[in-house]
Design a protein around this ligand. Sequence first.
Ligand code: AMP
Ligand code: ZN
Length: 468
Amino acid sequence: MTTIKLHNTKTRKKSEFTPIDAKNVRMYVCGPTVYDRAHLGNARPVVVFDVLYRLLREVYGADHVTYARNFTDVDDKINKRAADSGRSIGEITDETIQWFLDDMGALGALEPNHMPRATQFIPHMVAMIEDLIAKGHAYAAEGHVLFAVDSWRQGYGQLSGRSVDDMIAGARVEVAPYKKNPMDFVLWKPSDAGQPGWESPWGRGRPGWHIECSAMSYELLGKTFDIHGGGNDLMFPHHENEVAQSCCANGDDSFAKYWLHNEMLQVEGKKMSKSLGNFFTVHDLLDQGVPGEVIRLVFLQTHYRKPMDWTEKKAGEAEATLRKWRALTAGIEPAKEAPKEIVTALADDLNTSSALFYLHAIARDIPKEFVEINPKYTKADLLAGAQLLGLLTEELGDWVSQPDFDLSSYEAKLTAARDAAMQSKDFAEVDRLKTRFIAAGIEVRMSKAGVELVPGQDFDLAKLEGLA
Ligand code: AMP
Ligand code: ZN
């Protein structure tokens, strides 16, 4: 079996991944807060952990991996959006969840096995909070319940590598009179009449953000599970607080064994932000005609632990690559197994850029002599390898057959020439046309069923001038 190595934030080392139960490998990833369209940065963890999910399924079998990713559907940003728009919270969260699934589907992300919504797990959160109070790790004060970081000094800060004292010195913590320690964080807070709320032992209120992931991962994956993922902006405080809650409720050695964090996405070398005018959503790009598969390929070119830069140049190059690979592999079946070089690259802490390098080598984009790879690989291996990365799949392929140019009149011309040649046995005109098409970068496919012209990477419309 392939050995997977992963960089574990907890140990700050790359180490061999051994699942707790190889028959049920379990992964939890923090999902979006659903009040607006996902921006391009939000898509990065989705694509990163989709590749990991695909790799785990490849190595352990598709039925032996459980992937959960939540929707945060209770949050003050959602309340504000509802108040500003005059729409109900449910309408906004339902709509946003569907947008998210559509946009991430367009990037070729498989849907996780579980996609829990926070609002479906309120009783579980209340039970966990009660348990934390009973064990002396939390206290109620003025309608709030707070986690007491002093009750778990030995563990708090380990994931992100900070001590409680450093945190107090460095952090902009919300100071509140009811907090025993300024680092104590909210598990439950009171709701006024206009805010969403649920009855609880501490009055009508709503959960803090962190408790939702602790409660839902426990319900869906158990006390202890294999991998927890998210963007590195979530490492502190969100993930640190998840660890504290879960370990204190379920036992010190519980919760996730491996923590993976992706780095941030930037745009043309700058942080994406509304004030810089370089902020856009996945939907904006799709709307502009950038295929989801192109976005995916650009993402995979950068290792997940490095900052990645989205540029138009990269998108253009990725599109040319995919057009070429799709033309090369059109109509063929993938090999039974992905090339081992590709599996090995991914198993090395998701080295997607190395995996892509091998795909380029198989596609002969790079001269053979520069790459150590089995020379016998064919287009079928290219296809199988690409599909392990979620590329060149059937679902993502429609964009290639929707070129900006319409070649049907040329197809009709070639069909007519061929029909005439069948009668006259003179194929000179057919050959002349084929030569012109090939020179224009078009792949000519002729079969009994008909004639098909497929524009390739070097397609040049101008070279067809005077032919129609
Ligand atoms: P949020 O809805 O803000 O909680 O973010 C959802 C996910 O997107 C989290 O895993 C974040 O870490 C991730 N994320 C947000 N901004 C970026 C970015 N610029 N680059 C990469 N990931 C991001
Ligand atoms: Zn979370």
